[in-house]
Design a protein around this ligand. Structure first.
Ligand code: ADP
Ligand code: PHD
Length: 392
């Protein structure tokens, strides 16, 4: 198997941990696998270096300084592998074989990176390449970075472009857990998770895999997260399933939009609970919820509209603070999913401006970490789809 193994800062936090990392790589190589290593900076080195920059610097000097973290790690790992009789070679920006090349805007030059990654892959039957994670090389040969947490991105990108079978992210947790084990009690390994689900979690703060890394996950590449104490790179942990896709998708069936109005409804948390409980007890499936200060809107399948209207009406009668329920249908929803939505300031504006220019009435815009849902009149669905097609 061809595997890219990424060791995060925590798994390289001491000499002992580096020894452990080298043992696991050596064991996999001895079992006949082709292994490439992507290394982060040891422990909190990146944070420490950034904290020490107390003076004015430009981006180029800053990148040079922080790069020392990863550049130290690859030397350590290469030497630790050599001590185990494993032929290894460290790679960093500036070396002829270095693969991660960016253009003048800091975007990865896919063609060049892919070409170089394949060249490295061809050498893997003889040597273990040990690459600095997080770092890239600009068109003028300068060092740049892929942003915080960028080693995960290096690893999945290299996995894809080296045509590896698997990327293993080695870290200080058993895998993707039901909650952050540093905070919640009794967190357990989820075992399997889809790439879309994990991207949502990552954009919402689960550091375990950097969200931008997952954009490189395609269907044929396995990505797994394992604990550094597990020892075996080739089993265990959490498996990340599926393929990352940029998608503009129209829900095929029309929705109805049911709006309950009431005084300062948003400040009455019990009211929202009562309304959704009533719907869920009657098995009404809610597609989306949008709330304003004095309204809560439920989007549900149009066929359920009359039943749901009656259910919500009973709640209006039962609550003094609620005044009415109204229904608007048919409504269409177009969902834009993917890209780097949360990292693109103004993206929602970019999505809705063309709709405004065409005088398409937007009933609601519901955003999540990785998607934007546009609720429009049913008759405007094709036009909305057309106007959002060219986003990616
Ligand atoms: N749902 C989650 N599952 C696993 N780890 C999580 C989750 N949410 C947050 N984390 C945190 O992510 C950390 C691992 O990410 P990070 O510190 O960046 O590791 P590394 O140094 O290996 O890159 C864990 O120590 C854990 O506290
Ligand atoms: N060392 C870099 C890159 C990185 O990905 O680190 P880690 O794998 O330890 O999260 C940072 O701290 O941002």
């Amino acid at each position: 198997m061809r595997v890219v193994a990424k060791f995060g800062g925590t798994s390289l936090g001491s000499g002992e941990r580096i020894d452990r990392a080298a043992d696991s790589v050596a064991a996999a190589v001895e079992d006949g696998h082709e292994i490439a290593v992507v290394a982060s900076a040891m422990g909190s080195t990146t944070d420490d270096l950034l904290e020490d920059i107390t003076f004015e610097t430009d981006e180029a000097d800053r990148a040079q300084i922080v790069s020392m973290g990863e550049r130290t790690s690859v030397r350590m790992l290469k030497a630790a592998l050599a001590a185990r009789g494993i032929e290894a070679q460290f790679l960093e920006p500036g070396k002829a074989e270095w693969p991660v090349i960016t253009d003048e805007y800091g975007e990865v030059d896919v063609e060049e990176t892919q070409k170089r990654a394949l060249e490295i892959a061809e050498s893997m039957d003889e040597t273990v390449p040990v690459l600095t994670g997080f770092l890239a090389e600009g068109p003028d040969g300068s060092i740049t970075t892929l942003g915080r947490g960028g080693s995960d991105t290096t690893a999945v990108m290299m996995g894809k472009y080296m045509q590896a079978d698997e990327v293993v992210i080695v870290t200080d947790v058993e895998g993707v857990m039901t909650g952050d084990p540093r905070v919640v009690e009794g967190a357990r390994n989820v075992g399997e998770i889809s790439v879309d689900e994990l991207r949502n979690l990552s954009f919402r703060g689960a550091e375990v895999v950097a969200p931008s890394a997952l954009s490189y996950k395609d269907g044929r590449l396995n990505v797994r997260v394992v604990h550094y104490q597990h020892g075996d790179l080739l089993s265990g942990g959490t498996s990340i399933e599926g393929e990352f896709k940029n998608l503009v998708d129209l829900r095929e069936r029309p929705l109805a939009c049911l709006t309950v109005a009431g005084r300062a409804i948003r400040n009455q948390p019990g009211v929202f609970y009562d309304l959704s409980k009533a719907l869920s007890e009657s098995d009404v499936n809610v597609d989306a919820v949008a709330s304003g200060m004095d309204t809560i809107t439920f989007y549900i399948d149009e066929e359920e509209a009359e039943r749901a209207e009656n259910i919500l009406h009973r709640e209006v009668i039962a609550h003094d603070t609620l005044s009415s329920v109204t229904v608007d249908s048919p409504v269409a929803v177009v969902r834009v999913t993917g890209g780097e939505l949360p990292n693109q300031p103004g993206i929602v504006n970019d999505i809705i401006s063309p709709l405004a220019e065409e005088r398409i009435h937007l009933q609601d815009v519901v955003t999540s970490a990785t998607s934007v849902a546009l609720f429009v009149d049913w008759d405007d669905r094709e036009k909305t789809l057309e106007l959002t097609q060219d986003l990616f």
